[in-house]
Ligand binder design. Structure first.
Ligand code: ZN
Length: 271
């Protein structure tokens, strides 16, 4: 097999709505990113969909580029790292989700259940959900992180959400700062709806580009997200809600994320 150079596979159409009319938005340097390596393209071109207005990178990484990036774990993403501060940050998320879960008519009797965390990173959301009594499962593409979480006594697997075949068995699925990393988020979201029990909840956090903070960062030419090597999407709240709706969810709750700049925390219920 011919050696393939690490690089991006260009989107032929909008990854959310499929419209082929793609407008160039801007080009950003990504050589200052912590995971940047010289074999990768030095800049990211960002585009806007003419049809739905979604903003996305010109392409997603091929296997060779993914392998380079996944070889390293970003700082703060080792399971068990910064665990004390992270506990406090995630507690409010678990509390909000649990409150929403208990308002669902079918869930009045039981407080918790199974919680799937996709892309668990440092594992803090899992540790915190376990404190509330959830039976947790963490999945991540970094095999070393999976081994580490297992060693800490938690159920973990090295796979994609699409690899899970346990329909209707989770009360909660969390995609915490994950959706912007997925080349085509629609299919994984539809699969999440399938994995959730009736009235099950989805937690999604991602940067919100439709905020005064984002515009201020742009004005200062200090917006870190344009150079974010691992991100393929910049969502607005409106575009995210429309996508969730298309994939079988009804958005219930919106909050500002204290964990990341411009971050939004959204809770949605399976319809
Ligand atoms: Zn579109």
């Amino acid at each position: 097999m011919a050696e393939i150079e690490p690089g991006r596979i260009a989107y032929a159409a909008c990854p959310l709505c499929g419209d082929a009319a793609i407008l160039d938005l801007l080009e950003a340097d990504c050589t200052q990113h912590l995971l940047y390596q010289a074999a990768l393209p030095a800049s990211i071109g960002w585009c806007r969909c003419h049809g739905c207005g979604h903003v996305f990178a010109e392409g997603y990484f091929n296997r060779a580029a993914e392998q380079l990036i996944f070889a390293a774990t970003p700082p703060g993403q080792e399971p068990g790292e910064d665990v004390e501060r992270q506990r406090g940050l995630w507690a409010e998320v678990v509390e909000r989700v649990t409150a929403q879960l208990n308002t669902a008519p079918a869930r009045a009797a039981a407080a918790t259940g199974r919680w799937l965390d996709v892309g668990f990173g440092n594992g803090s959301l899992i540790f915190t959900a376990a404190e509330w009594g959830y039976q947790t499962l963490g999945i991540d593409l970094r095999a070393a992180s999976v081994a580490k979480l297992q060693a800490l006594g938690f159920d973990a697997r090295a796979c994609n959400i699409s690899d899970l075949d346990e329909p209707g068995t989770f009360q909660v699925i969390s995609l915490a700062d994950v959706i912007e990393h997925m080349p085509f988020p629609r299919q994984p979201l539809e699969h999440a709806a399938n994995l959730l029990a009736p009235q099950g909840l989805l937690f999604v956090s991602t940067p919100n580009m439709d905020t005064a903070v984002w515009k201020a960062l742009d004005a200062q030419q200090a917006n870190p997200y344009w150079g974010e090597l691992e991100h393929y999407h910049c969502f607005s709240r409106t575009r995210l809600y429309a996508l969730l709706e298309d994939c079988g969810f009804e958005a219930l709750h919106y909050a500002v994320s204290p964990r990341y700049r411009c971050g939004m925390d959204v809770i949605a219920r399976k319809r």
